[in-house]
Every structure is written in structure tokens, then in C-alpha cells.
Write a protein that binds this ligand. Structure first.
Ligand code: COA
Length: 149
């Protein structure tokens, strides 16, 4: 028999799931990428919807969506644990957040993409908008999906 890995994306509900999501962000952004804790944990989590990916039950990836206006939102803090990348988990997280935003009437989605991940977001329908800039010490590019509102 072949073992099949199964991953699932759920919206975070409850303190234990939120703690797991924050731990992944800390591991990826603060430890791996060197982002300062006060920049990563920016005080905006309470304004956001949070998503957690689990692989065989284990929390392995995160994303959050932050409303910017009635029909506009930003997807932020997209991260998958390093040793589990390249299996479609990041794409599945993005597809789920995009679907939920569309369902709640969001017409336009922004991301500040780390430049290394520009092709990842481009494959999900985002287009670069402007020049690269630095955020949290990392080169980024603003990318947009959907009509201007
Ligand atoms: N650069 C270029 N392409 C990338 C990429 C990267 N950093 N990461 C993934 N891709 C491509 C994959 O090759 C794949 O292409 P395919 O569908 O044609 O095979 C596609 O994007 C989806 O890959 P997937 O396996 O779903 O992505 P992942 O689970 O590895 O997650 C990230 C992608 C970016 C979330 C992950 O690399 C990560 O956590 N990086 C560190 C944190 C980070 O930089 N987050 C982005 C903040 S803006």
C-alpha cells in the first residue's frame, strides 16, 4: 500500500490554532528570514482572517487576509515550513483565501510579494504593479489581482 499525504486548509478558529499559525510565522519569517518580531507581529492580527494548512494533521502553513475597504483586501504572511515546500501547500492556501475573499465580495486583492516569490503569485493571477521596494529588509514588489475599485 502507498502512503498518501493529505493536506487541508482551514480558517483558524480558536486559540490553539492561532498559536500554531503564529509559531509557523515565527519560524519562517523571524527565524529563517530574519524579520524583526515587532514587524512580523504588527498588531493587525485582530483585523484579519487567518488560515492554517495541515499535512497529515500537523500545522505546516499559514496565510492571513486583511480587509482594506469594502471590496479590497490584502493577503499577507503566506508561509510554508521550509522542509515541506514545493508540494502545492502554498498554492492551496492562496486558492482558499482568494475563494473566500471572492465569496465575501472582494473584487481586488493586493499582495506585497517577496521578489523571489513573484512567479508564485503571478501563477495565481497577480500582476506586478510598480518597482521593487524594501519591506522588513527584504525586496518586495506590489502585485494586484482583479479590477480597480
Ligand atoms: N519562487 C518561485 N516559484 C515558486 C516559489 C518561489 N519562492 N515558491 C513556489 N514557487 C512555485 C512552485 O514552483 C510552484 O510552481 P508549479 O505549480 O508550476 O509547480 C508554485 O509556485 C506553487 O508552489 P507550492 O508548492 O504551492 O508553494 P509552497 O508550498 O512551496 O509555498 C511559499 C510557496 C512562497 C509560500 C514558500 O516558498 C514559503 O513559505 N517561502 C518563505 C516565506 C515567503 O517568502 N513567503 C512569501 C511572502 S510574500
Amino acid at each position: 500500500m502507498t502512503a498518501v499525504e493529505a493536506f487541508f486548509i482551514d480558517e483558524v478558529s480558536g486559540a490553539a490554532e492561532m498559536e500554531a499559525a503564529l509559531a509557523i510565522r515565527h519560524a519562517v519569517f523571524c527565524i529563517e528570514q530574519g524579520v524583526a518580531k515587532q514587524e512580523e507581529f504588527d498588531g493587525r492580527d485582530g483585523d484579519c482572517r487567518h488560515y492554517l494548512a495541515r499535512l497529515d494533521g500537523r500545522p505546516v502553513g499559514v496565510a492571513r487576509t486583511r480587509p482594506l475597504g469594502a471590496a479590497e483586501a490584502k493577503i499577507e504572511r503566506v508561509a510554508v515550513l521550509r522542509d515541506l515546500r514545493g508540494r502545492g501547500i502554498g498554492r492551496a492556501l492562496m486558492e482558499r483565501t482568494i475563494d473566500d475573499l471572492a465569496r465575501s465580495g472582494t473584487a481586488r486583492i493586493l499582495v506585497h510579494a517577496q521578489c523571489h516569490a513573484e512567479s508564485f503569485y503571478a501563477s495565481l493571477g497577480f500582476a506586478a504593479d510598480g518597482d521593487a521596494f524594501e519591506e522588513a529588509g527584504i525586496p518586495h514588489v506590489r502585485m494586484v489581482r482583479g479590477a480597480r475599485v
